[in-house]
Design a protein around this ligand. Sequence first.
Ligand SMILES: [Cu+2]
Length: 499
Amino acid sequence: MKNMLRGFSALLTPGALLTTLLLAFTAQASETKAIKSSGDFGPPQGPAIHAVLTSPPFVPPPVRRNYPAKVIVELEVVEKEMAISEGVKYMFWTFGGTVPGSFIRVRQGDTVEFHLKNHPSSKMPHNIDLHGVTGPGGGASSSFTAPGHESQFTFKALNEGIYVYHCATAPVGMHVANGMYGLILVEPPQGLPAVDREYYVMQGDFYTTGKYREKGYQPFDMEKAIDEKPTYVLFNGAEGAMTGDKALTAKTNEKIRLFVGNGGPNLVSSFHVIGAIFDKVRFEGGSNVQTNVQTTLIPAGGAAVVEYQTKVPGSYVLVDHSIFRAFNKGALAIMKVDGPARKDIYSGKELDSVYLGDRAQANLAAVSTATKAAESGTLTVQDQINAGGQLFTGTCSVCHQANGAGLPGVFPPLAQSDYLNSDPQRSISVLLRGLTGKVTVNGKEFDSVMPAMNQLNDDEVANILTYVLNSWGNKGGRVQASEVKAERAKAVPVKAAAH
Ligand SMILES: [Cu+2]
């Protein structure tokens, strides 16, 4: 109601007044009802306003304006190398220097004067297609911008909602795959209902020539992109963009609103927050509200507004519930909720590291130290042990246990294992190819299956095994990445079928 009253005093034209009144009443009548879809509230009023843009995961403040204005948006395309994962570099193409690009927030009926700049250091021309634009190409045809140039076009934000924008320069898929997408929110005239926190999260799939977490500079792989076989599926453009010290934060008893986009280029997201139920979802970014949702589907080139209330403190994990993407391709973020325990709602302990693996750790500092040391040729056994220990937690401890003792009759011990210590080289193959059939470890027989851990790269295998060899009374020693590489390259005879 407050918004409405403020609206009365400042509105100029009777037509606009009537529309606003109607809108306000519709919105008050039922929150779950569709809000007015399209609105032209006349020419822009007052002085031009420069839009506040924010980098993810942050969202500009609410517009809080009761008249349509001319809003100037200045967005610069920058091509820049950034970390896509620990020790992995990628040449991103960005709107505003981040992936996803800067968040834009305007009001329905605003006239947006859009300035697209392309930094002089860029190698490529770029443009922008905003899904919130009514007009051919969504702005793309008017915004083709060569390096060092600037284009300008103007549109009226007729429809309220949350919209994806992206580059649409050929090859379009490549520009999008390199990170050229973001969100623009067109607020309804009365604004969105107040919440305690808003965040900006956007999924994207990435294609590198090297495998997942393969260190060093990784170029874009067009073939993988065409085959829709991403190496990474990420929230906000980097593995760990919102975990550890960069986790999203909240307090208990807060209303949270997430603007969740999906840039694609290929995958559809099954967006889910482990341990939270979405009280409200504006699915597909549209005006209808769905309530009590567990997982919401976000199409490539689409977005949703998700709201929930924090009640129980702890770590809440944002995932794409196509779950291999979360645990093996990076589509995982964390919201840390602080506040007093609520035993009446939930009794339990924190999510444990076995479930989340190394993804949940405060940081992978030891892993990055080892990566840097390996690059400069100064990698020590201790660097490898430190890095390997962090990776062991997420990768091996779920079966072999954190203390390497295994589980009797199920998982053999790694601690003082005669199988391991008698021939450490053999274990490289165990990690790369798995192990099945009968094995005897310290006089006890195991007849089970260890899955191949071939998602690990050469450095990771070397560091984990070096850690294992130097832990729990094992004999020490070192495995080098070059040895893993050589083992991986070996053609292994296909096992004859069992008779
Ligand atoms: Cu582009």
